[in-house]
Structure formats: structure tokens, C-alpha cells
Design a protein around this ligand. Structure first.
Ligand SMILES: Nc1ncnc2c1ncn2[C@@H]1O[C@H](COP(=O)(O)OP(=O)(O)OP(=O)(O)O)[C@@H](O)[C@H]1O
Ligand SMILES: [Mg+2]
Length: 265
């Protein structure tokens, strides 16, 4: 019943002499959300850049639709139906919402040298696709820069769905957002999932991951602390894994021990 879109098995990545990722395994199924959690430098972006064709893995295997795959470029990943939304690179701020929605794939009218942008159709299609996701913008002609961070993420998600992505990778879509905006983005993540996409959600925040996630891969300094299905792990346990219980206690001890030691080197 579940369709496996992507599987990584013992995937590793070195940048020169830097070992950024080692022996990481997980799956991305259609209609499910795989969350990748971990602190700064844990290897989250490295992992998704391998899935997105930005980097190639140095060891292990990646299976896409069951076949061992290495993407040579982001274009190849996109052609395989894997769309990636980056935190900041998702949109061109001064361009209108609808142009951003198409970004190079705008509908045209006429032929050959007489071909011109079909603005009317473009706007209508973008507006409809956004409305289907429950994003109701007064004017799709307004610059994307005037949208909130959450709305921009939503435009990028709607675009990926509209252009037929099978898998959607979101690199920290909620990182810069307030509680309410983050909630809105997570709702669209759930919508993409309900439409049958396999979603990879990267986040620092277990409270964002847990409600929408089906499985959780926790990375720490390039290593996997394991990939758990939702039924196997509680939010408290996930939070503890993320924070590293012992380290937090150590930190509490350190912070508690410091009294007015200011100015020191
Ligand atoms: N292009 C690169 N060249 C060399 N080292 C890199 C490169 N990209 C990442 N690294 C290193 O690989 C490790 C993992 O980085 P990565 O960006 O995957 O972490 P991350 O989990 O996404 O962190 P963050 O939460 O800060 O985004 C880090 O030690 C980083 O310095
Ligand atoms: Mg990152």
C-alpha cells in the first residue's frame, strides 16, 4: 500500500577531509512526512542536498523509486519529481507572486518570435493553485517581498505541488517564523502530505516536527541517532534525543555555576 519514493542506506558524505555525514539511513514514503532533526552542523542540509542533487554521496546507497540513483545536478532531481524549497532562495522578492509561482515556466500565447507572456492565464492559474492550498491573496501581482515569511514558504510549496513534484523537501521552513506563521506552514506541509506527496521536513524544533511527522531521523555531528516511526517515539523522547539530556544537565550546571564572571577573556 505505501509507496516508497526515496530510501537512503548508510549514506555518507565527506567534504574534502570533513566528514559531514556518516551511515545515515531512512525512507520517504508517498503520503508521509519524514522529519530530519538535529542541531547546527548536524548534517541536515548535507543530507537533503544529496536528495536534491546539489551534492553526491560519498558512500552508501540512495534508491529513488527502487533504483540506485546518484543525481548529477538539481535539475536531475527535479526531473525525478523531487522538489526542494530552501529557506531564503525560494523566491525573488521584487517579482510578483504569480511570476514567482512560475519562475521561468510561465504560460505564453502566440508562436515563435511573437510569443508573449500570457499574464491573464498565468495570474489565474497561480491564483487558483494558491486558493486550492487555502492561500487567499488579494492580488497575485503584488511583489513576493511584501508577503510574510510563512506566506512565501506557502507559495513555494504550492508551486512544487502544481508542477507535479512527488517528493517535497523543505529545509527549515519554520526556522525564521513566529508561532502562528509556523503553524500555517505546517498546515501546508500536512496538505502536501494529504495530496500524496512524500515530504522531508528539516527542523531544529521537535514541537514542529512531531505533530506532522510519520518518522523522525535525528542527526548529531553527522551521525544518525536512529530513524524512528511515530509509534516508536514520544515527543518527550524526541526532545530529549535532540537536546542530548546529559548535555543539557551539564549546561544547566555550567550556567548555574557562573556568578558575575564578566569581562574574562
Ligand atoms: N560545502 C562544504 N564544504 C565543507 N564542509 C561543509 C560544507 N557544507 C557543510 N559542511 C560541513 O558539514 C557539516 C554539516 O553541515 P550541514 O550544513 O549539513 O549542517 P546542518 O545540520 O544543516 O546545520 P544548520 O542547522 O546550521 O543548517 C558541518 O560541519 C559543516 O561545516
Ligand atoms: Mg542546514
Amino acid at each position: 500500500m505505501t509507496h516508497e519514493l526515496i530510501r537512503v542506506e548508510d549514506v555518507g558524505k565527506t567534504y574534502g577531509s570533513v566528514l559531514a555525514l556518516r551511515e545515515v539511513s531512512t525512507v520517504v514514503n508517498a503520503g508521509e512526512v519524514t522529519c530530519v532533526l538535529g542541531d547546527n552542523g548536524a548534517g541536515k542540509s548535507t543530507l537533503i542536498k544529496i536528495l536534491a542533487g546539489v551534492h553526491q554521496h560519498s558512500s552508501g546507497r540512495m534508491l529513488v523509486d527502487g533504483a540506485a540513483t546518484t543525481f548529477g545536478s538539481p535539475r536531475e532531481a527535479l526531473d525525478a519529481g523531487i522538489a526542494t524549497v530552501y529557506q531564503d532562495l525560494a523566491v525573488v522578492p521584487l517579482m510578483s507572486v504569480w511570476r514567482n509561482f512560475f519562475l521561468g515556466s510561465e504560460p505564453t500565447v502566440g508562436f515563435g518570435p511573437l510569443r508573449v507572456l500570457d499574464r491573464k492565464k498565468g495570474k489565474a492559474v497561480a491564483k487558483r493553485a494558491l486558493a486550492e492550498m487555502g492561500i487567499d491573496l488579494r492580488d497575485v501581482e503584488q511583489p513576493v517581498g511584501t508577503l510574510s515569511g510563512g506566506e512565501r514558504q506557502c507559495v513555494a510549496i504550492a508551486r512544487a505541488i502544481h508542477f507535479g513534484a512527488k517528493a517535497l523537501i523543505l529545509d527549515e521552513p519554520t526556522a525564521a517564523l513566529g508561532v502562528k506563521q509556523a503553524g500555517v506552514v505546517l498546515r501546508y506541509v500536512a496538505q502536501a502530505r494529504d495530496r500524496g506527496l512524500g515530504v522531508v521536513l528539516i527542523t531544529h524544533n521537535p514541537h514542529h516536527a512531531y505533530p506532522v511527522g510519520d518518522r523522525f531521523l535525528v542527526l548529531k555531528r553527522g551521525r544518525s541517532l536512529g530513524s524512528a516511526e511515530k509509534a516508536e517515539i514520544t515527543l518527550a523522547e524526541l526532545t530529549r534525543q535532540m537536546a542530548g539530556g546529559a548535555e543539557l544537565e551539564q549546561l544547566a550546571h555550567e550556567l548555574g555555576g557562573v556568578d558575575s564572571e564578566s569581562g574574562a577573556g
